[in-house]
Design a protein. Structure first.
Length: 387
């Protein structure tokens, strides 16, 4: 390495090309030392990592009695007929520094011992097309990935994060562990996983990677051998190392925020996004329409028969795939001065930003005529295209 010295006060400048990677000590350049002019935007592969968005429930509490989405882009699961039950709630009371929101998973029904593959866990499921930046499948350019997150809980010990890559015609998995060291204290954790180079990751709308946080499990998922690198998905190997049963007592809890998955083996500062960016990111998978009080006509409809009505919903962003429809109350058709309840609503067709719906009414003023689709009160409907 050659340098140019000017004067007696030190090095004035470094000759172009004189410093290579081998000349820089390990960990010598940290994120904090990188100049602000270096662009580090759009690093986080996970969506809603700051827990800003909960379209389904706002700040309300959701009971987890089966697999369910509550926080946007996080699937909360209880599996294997476990009797344990939890609640999920987005909170803003005591977040870690730099954050405004987090979610809390709290045990509401305890189960002292899980058997077989009984378990509970939270999944971040990533679309394959969002993983192309990792360039897995080409060892000359592929990148490792680093997961970072903030976590707080009242049960110390060792927890497992399970990584599962189902794409490419050959599903592979690995698990990593971390510890909660102090009760009721926010702690920052990082985990790095190697690239998967045995297959090229497909650029598709299917799930390419699961990042699963495990909270409790039976021996059916822990009696094998831990996979510290990518290996065949063997059920007994999945959660080896999980030392905590979060379901051991009611009131046990974890709180999480700041989840980030990025290319490379260094965890950089969390990438905050605007509220509108979070909404656009998440609306691809779940699109919610709300009416808060009063009555709202939100779409034109068409009676294709005396008891069948069709209408379309146009979404802000293209949905990932054909969605399923859900509602908190039935919509109504304003038809010839009457409001007619629409039941058995389902998706008739789908094309990117347009979802065609069909429903049933008891009667109408006739077929082949238009009507307005309305909702009234504090009601909502959702279009779900989750992984």
């Amino acid at each position: 390495m050659s340098v140019v010295i000017n004067g007696t006060t030190g090095i004035d400048k470094v000759q172009d090309g004189s410093i290579g990677t081998v000349d820089i000590a390990a960990d010598a350049i940290t994120p904090a030392k990188i100049d602000n002019s270096v662009i580090l935007g759009r690093r986080n592969i996970l969506r809603n990592g700051a827990m800003r968005l909960n379209q389904r429930n706002g700040s309300g509490s959701t009971a987890v009695t089966t697999s369910v989405y509550s926080m946007d882009r996080i699937k909360h699961n209880v599996a294997g007929s476990t009797a344990s039950r939890f609640s999920i709630q987005r909170l803003s009371t005591t977040p870690p520094p730099g954050f405004t929101h987090y979610y809390r998973r709290e045990c509401t029904t305890a189960e002292s011992i899980q058997s077989g593959t009984q378990s509970s866990f939270d999944d971040h499921r990533i679309e394959s097309s969002d993983l192309t930046q990792l360039q897995w499948g080409d060892s000359s350019v592929s990148k490792s990935a680093t997961l970072s997150f903030w976590i707080k809980g009242n049960v110390t010990g060792t927890y497992v994060v399970w990584f599962y890559a189902p794409e490419g015609g050959s599903a592979k998995m690995m698990n990593k562990t971390y510890t909660i060291d102090a009760v009721d204290t926010w702690e920052y954790k990082t985990i790095t996983i190697p690239a998967r180079d045995d297959v090229i990751m497909t650029n598709s709308i299917n799930a390419g990677l699961y990042v699963r946080f495990v909270w409790n499990t039976g021996t059916g998922s822990t009696s094998g051998t831990a996979n510290s690198t990518w290996g065949t998905d063997v059920t007994t190997n999945r959660y080896v190392g999980q030392g905590v049963n979060l379901a051991s007592a009611t009131g046990n809890y974890i709180e999480m925020t700041g989840t980030q998955l990025e290319a490379g083996d260094v965890a950089t500062e969390f990438e905050h996004r605007t509220r509108s960016e979070y909404e656009i990111d998440c609306m691809r998978y779940y699109y919610n329409v709300e009416v808060n009080g009063g009555r709202c006509a939100f779409a034109p409809g068409y009676f294709s028969s005396t008891t069948s009505i069709r209408w379309s919903v146009f979404t802000v962003v293209p949905l990932r795939t054909t969605p399923t429809y859900s509602e908190s109350d039935v919509p109504r058709a304003a038809d010839a001065g009457s409001l007619r309840n629409i039941t058995s609503t389902s998706v008739l067709g789908f094309d990117r930003n347009m979802v065609n719906l069909i429903g049933v009414t008891n009667n109408s003023s006739g077929s082949n005529h238009s009507a307005s689709i309305t909702m009234s009160g504090d009601v909502s409907f959702g279009l779900e295209a989750e992984l």
